[in-house]
Design a protein around this ligand. Structure first.
Ligand code: AMP
Length: 203
């Protein structure tokens, strides 16, 4: 099964994608993580775009994604987290893979800003915590791999607002591209309830 997770920044789509991928034995592909792990020449260019809250070019994103989808671990199915971000990426994806379900995790803009201002990310395993809703057991230390947690450079109020603006203008449109596959989940619930709702709706 190939699933897309769509939602505004801070909706918990990354957290849920990690949990659901593990439970259903699917590959979890976060395009944000793919970009953040870029090396060499490309890294500076990509970091500058990400930190400003803008999107990297469709051309580059699709090239990186195509390469990732050619790996063996995606053959049983995958969860795409953060892609497509606009209609042109959705159309490009049509040519690469068949999408079975699209899970939209909905939260308000105010909730998004409030959550992102407390987000902590593990620099090693990409696990996500939140100072308010999901704090790590030990201050700034990842529960899973014990590495140091950090605040993402694009989690400033200005970059968050910019990303929300792009989400409403460009990303929301893609939901209409998948009328038969779309599942809408209320993201303003505890993490376990959201997971439960997603799993029930995928059955
Ligand atoms: P995320 O981790 O999904 O919040 O993504 C962080 C940043 O990576 C975004 O704000 C964009 O700059 C970039 N990014 C992630 N996915 C995409 C995509 N599908 N297309 C273009 N840029 C992306």
């Amino acid at each position: 099964m190939n699933i897309l997770f769509v939602g505004p920044q801070g909706s918990g789509k990354g957290t849920q994608a990690q949990i659901i991928a593990k439970q259903l034995h699917l590959a979890h592909i976060s395009t944000g993580d793919l970009l953040r792990s870029a090396q060499g020449e490309l890294k500076k260019e990509i970091d500058a775009v990400i930190n400003s809250g803008k999107l990297v070019s469709d051309e580059l994103m699709i090239k990186i994604l195509k390469e990732r989808l050619s790996h063996q671990d995606t053959k049983n199915g995958f969860i795409l987290d953060g892609f497509p971000r606009n209609l042109s990426q959705a159309k490009a994806l049509d040519k690469i893979a068949k999408i079975d379900k699209v899970v939209e995790i909905a939260i308000s803009d105010d909730e998004s800003v409030s959550r992102l201002s407390g987000r902590l990310t593990c620099s090693k395993c990409s696990a996500i915590f939140n100072t308010k809703t999901n704090p790590p057991k030990q201050n700034m230390v990842c529960d899973i791999c014990k590495s140091h947690l950090k605040i993402r450079a694009d989690d400033t109020e200005e970059a968050i607002r910019k990303r929300l603006d792009i989400y409403h203008k460009e990303t929301e449109q893609i939901l209409e591209h998948y009328p038969d596959a779309l599942i809408r989940i209320n993201g303003e619930q505890p993490i376990e309830r959201v997971t439960e709702d997603i799993l029930n709706s995928l059955e």
